[in-house]
Design a protein around this ligand. Sequence first.
Ligand code: FES
Length: 105
Amino acid sequence: MSMRVRTHPILGELPAEETVQITVDGKSVKAIKGEMILASLLAEGIIVNRYTYKRNEPRGLFCGIGQCTDCMMVVNGKPNVRTCITPVEDGMVIETQHGFASGRK
Ligand code: FES
């Protein structure tokens, strides 16, 4: 079930947008072309983007402007991608990041 706001009391109806397909932790998810990855995930109710290295604590949206790194995920095999400032593209494979996700100990 999508949590996307389709009807806003002031802005009105969400205009029809081109959708793309992405994969998040093996699950197929529909996203709006050009929106930030994090927005697509939030619309699907996905709020954990990574787990910390030391304490394995969950992290998700915090600043939303690319400054805090709490939204980092592995995107198309590349770790440490800040999903709040990275536009979604068709066919992207996105995975929850655990620790540094780069083999660094
Ligand atoms: S939420 Fe802070 S960098 Fe993305």
